[in-house]
Design a protein around this ligand. Structure first.
Ligand code: ATP
Ligand code: MG
Length: 400
């Protein structure tokens, strides 16, 4: 009896978000989610979870005593696991009506509330009583012992009883997960990551849809600084919370910019830089078997992001270009940046390769044929090849 009345939940029940609807892929999704959760909790400290089990549409984590001590840290990690709809620290007891009654009372009597409900879900057919009847029996017991009222809609306290795995799991609170899909189930994409506010947020949204991310950053050393590279590493480190290892390619744009500066019309410079960035990014992405590029562009935010310019920039790549922020206002983007903790890193001053050597009056409605006429003066293939070959790769990782 003593262990049943333990005050620390020994389990966490995790419910998936969209996974349930994914037909044949379901097993794969569930395993990914399970691995992601285990890995993320392990990064706090090893040995916090004794067992992870996939059962009847749920994932059950059995906490070790040290895991019980670190419940809050574990919850902080679960708040960021894409694919989780909600999770609940729960107590496991025997699936017997008397035990359930006793334990529900023990949990509830410590709470301050005036009305309540019992919500039973029965996934285990071996339990002889129906979910509805369980609600009635336990509810009546609480009314009798504590004199509280039942309220089915919007109760102050909702005591949940999940019957599965030949046990009863009881809990009073459940927490919302971030939704989305487990990272790694949706194939690989290449994030074009500047040191600015937008692209890390774009990376976050891509991760939310379950992709595996690689990152590409263009620099103009020695005109831009090493600190800008550290900034990019720091930003990726924030995304490591969702994906523990991210490959980062650092590409020198300087030789290309020098060619553009000396050989082409001033007003197309930014578009030309960006067309080169896309060409190089596409090649690096292919090398890593990534299938799409992701950018932080949003319509009309700056001169290079008019619809006309986006079209001229994008036409030179075959891969899809995903722009998760396309219709978001800067204000909304900043809110998310704050939430994922990248904002304060992004606003530290730095010079981006695209803001270097920019014309006073950049073209806002560039025409493909004018841009192509400029490019005819350049050795596109050679410049791209050198940039790809000299790109440096490193791993940004949260794994100790
Ligand atoms: P951000 O805040 O992400 O820098 P921005 O509003 O400053 O975006 P731009 O500088 O026009 O806009 O960049 C648009 C997108 O192009 C960025 O979101 C990013 O995806 C990509 N990009 C820009 N600069 C770089 C860079 N140096 N390296 C890699 N990608 C870049
Ligand atoms: Mg920028």
């Amino acid at each position: 009896m003593k262990s049943k009345l333990d005050n620390r939940p020994g389990y966490i029940i995790c419910h998936y978000a969209e996974i349930g609807t994914k037909g044949k892929n379901r097993n794969y999704f569930e395993r990914k989610l399970k691995d992601n959760i285990r890995f993320a909790i392990k990064s706090i400290s090893p040995g916090l979870v004794e067992k992870t089990k996939l059962i009847q549409g749920r994932l059950l984590l059995k906490l070790s005593p040290s895991g019980q001590d670190q419940l809050e840290n574990i919850c902080n990690v679960l708040d960021r696991i894409f694919g989780l709809a909600y999770y609940a620290p729960a107590f496991q007891i025997a699936a017997e009506m008397e035990a359930i009654n006793d334990f529900a009372l023990h949990l509830i009597e410590k709470e301050d509330f005036s009305n309540f409900r019992i919500t039973t879900r029965k996934a285990d057919q071996s339990f002889p009583v129906s979910a509805h009847r369980t609600n009635e029996i336990v509810g009546a017991h609480i009314v009798e012992q504590l004199g509280k009222k039942v309220r089915l809609k919007n109760p102050e306290l909702n005591c949940r009883i999940d019957l599965f795995f030949q046990s009863a799991f009881i809990y009073l609170k459940r927490y919302e997960g971030p939704g989305g899909l487990p990272v790694g189930v949706s194939g690989r994409v290449a994030l074009m990551l500047s040191g600015g506010i937008d692209s890390p947020v774009a990376g976050y949204y891509a991760l939310k849809r379950g992709v595996n991310l690689m990152a590409i950053h263009f620099h103009s050393l020695p005109y831009t600084t090493e600190t800008a590279l550290d900034k990019v590493r720091e930003l990726l480190h924030k995304l490591n919370i969702y994906q523990s290892r991210i490959k980062l390619y650092l590409v020198a744009l300087t030789p290309i910019q020098q060619e553009i500066l000396t050989r082409t019309a001033e007003k197309y410079r930014v578009i030309l830089y960006r067309r080169f960035m896309f060409r190089i990014a596409e090649q690096l992405a292919r090398q890593e078997e990534a299938h799409a590029l992701v950018t932080g562009e949003s319509i009309g935010q700056v001169a290079s992001q008019t619809v006309e310019n986006l079209a001229v920039i994008e036409e030179i790549v075959k891969m899809p270009v995903l722009r998760p922020l396309i219709s978001m206002d800067k204000k909304e983007i900043i809110q998310v940046a704050e939430q994922i903790d990248t904002y304060k890193i992004s606003i530290q001053p730095h010079i981006d390769c695209c803001t270097l050597f920019v014309p006073k009056h950049p073209a806002t409605k560039a025409k493909a044929r004018d841009v192509e006429a400029c490019e005819a003066k350049l050795d596109i293939e050679g410049l791209v090849k050198t940039a790809v070959e000299t790109a440096e790769m490193e791993l940004v990782s949260s794994v100790k």
